[in-house]
Design a binder for this molecule. Structure first.
Ligand code: FES
Length: 348
């Protein structure tokens, strides 16, 4: 029996290591030449203290000075002592550079390039060493745009177990990736991808989920839904509701995938809305107009949002106006054509 441990560093880079039965996280990381912070290795100093985002483990032996009961209850842990009892996701104090664990670059090949409208591309890629490219649903990769010295970041819309990788790319006027996709890209081209990156990923589902997506911000949420549908960890008995907002009808993509997830995940429902008042959609306006009180569950809900900065601000104002704060609010802001998306977690 072995388990996958995702080590998520403060600079947004995630590395995966494998722990065998009865092996501590520290030993598994060491075996993979990843230097997460250590000192005593004996549960006495607390130097290795990390935060467990998801999974089960035996915390091992340690003294209160290294980890208090209160900290342990909140999810803090000591990698030098803990032994995994399932796959784990750990937030490690420090950067990947400090741990000599920089992101990995993969050579990907375009296997399909299709367009939903003239403004959103679906890019499917294959990598030779696919099993080595592990990622958490919700994370993204940095793309080196061929023929330029520019990088762009895109979230996976496919799940972690899919054999090929899929990304949704919104075009931007004169954008480096837009120009490449529209003028030069062809099946068979190779693209260097670096990652995985980001702290916007699906945690253990311990309460109802409210997912909010703006435009191509639907991509990481599709990846999460695929992971849930695959029945891997984490699985859910809790309601999951997604509200997807776009500006114009032509911006609506992957509704068939959402229908599919609604048919295979018993607890999943979704709605969508279009801001344009000329839209033919039943729901016009913005996502906050379609959040119902049952979706908020009196605040006992984990909210996941991926969308433009204005949407993040609007939703925050909405929580304030309602006087309800989700137990956890995980969000990722993106700007079309930007080189990197900011990711943050807020425990509201
Ligand atoms: Fe000292 Fe883990 S290294 S408690």
């Amino acid at each position: 029996m072995s388990y996958q441990i995702a080590l998520s560093f403060e600079d947004g880079i995630t590395r995966f290591v494998t722990a065998n039965a009865y092996e501590t996280v520290a030993d598994a990381a060491y075996k993979s030449r990843i230097n997460i912070p250590f000192d005593c290795r004996d549960g006495a100093c607390g130097t290795c203290k990390a935060f467990c985002e998801s999974g089960k483990y035996d915390g091992g032996d340690y003294i209160d000075e290294a980890l208090t009961e209160d900290e342990a209850e909140k999810g803090f842990c000591l990698p030098c002592q803990m032994v995994p009892e399932s796959d784990l996701v750990l937030q490690i104090s420090g950067t990947s550079e400090m741990a000599k664990a920089g992101a990995t670059t993969f050579e990907a090949t375009i296997t399909e390039l299709s367009w939903f409208a003239d403004n959103t591309a679906a890019l499917t890629l294959a990598v030779d060493n696919r099993p080595d490219l592990k990622f958490l649903p919700g994370q993204y990769m940095n793309f080196a745009v061929p023929g330029t010295d520019t990088a762009r970041s895109y979230s996976f819309s496919s799940g972690p177990s899919a054999s090929e990788l899929r990304f949704l790319i919104r075009t931007a006027p004169d954008g480096a990736m837009t120009t490449y996709l529209k003028e030069r890209a062809a099946v068979g081209d190779t693209l260097p991808l670096t990652g995985p990156m980001g702290s916007f990923f699906l945690r253990d589902i311990k309460r109802p989920l409210l997912m909010l997506a703006g435009g191509t911000g639907i991509a990481p949420l599709l990846s999460m839904l695929e992971a849930i549908a695959d029945g891997g960890e984490p699985v859910s008995a809790h309601p999951i509701h997604l509200i997807y907002g776009v500006t114009f009808d032509k911006d609506l993509v992957e509704l068939d995938k959402l229908e599919h997830y609604a048919s295979v995940i018993d607890t999943f429902t979704f709605d969508y809305c279009v801001a344009d008042q000329e839209s033919t959609a039943g729901n016009k306006g913005y996502v906050t107009q379609y959040i119902q009180s049952e979706h908020l569950n009196d605040g006992d809900v984990d909210a996941y949002l991926c969308g433009p900065p204005a949407m993040v601000d609007a939703v925050r104002k909405y929580w304030d106006a309602q006087g309800i704060a989700p137990t956890n609010f995980y969000y990722e802001r993106f700007a079309v054509g930007s080189a990197a998306s900011a990711t943050a977690k807020a425990a509201a």
